[in-house]
Design a protein around this ligand. Sequence first.
Ligand SMILES: [Zn+2]
Ligand SMILES: [Zn+2]
Length: 123
Amino acid sequence: MRRKTNQRNAIQEVFQQKDQPMGVSEILQIGRQSVQSLNQATVYRNLKLLVAKGWLRTISTPELGMLYERAGKEHHHHFQCRLCDHLFELPGCALNDEQPIPPGFVVERHEVFLFGICSSCRE
Ligand SMILES: [Zn+2]
Ligand SMILES: [Zn+2]
């Protein structure tokens, strides 16, 4: 079972090294630098496990599909760069409690995505 543990560690290291939302292919690409035996199936399996353990959370993005980020962060929004397709964290929340909600509705959560061009792509 040692090999499985190594694969999971490699995925956790990817997120420690690069603390931003990532999709499977990027996680695979970076993780392979330390554990060459990683493949799409093992990455999927370990990501699922890390989500179940509460170490990662999933973000369903409108355009990039499912991405993963470290769980337990404060509520924040995301910015998607349309040139490099990276998702960036936007700290804080600009939505206020004044948001009009129909009577009788209860809001449980929200997600906000902004779209544009990131600073490195603008250079
Ligand atoms: Zn960019
Ligand atoms: Zn918010």
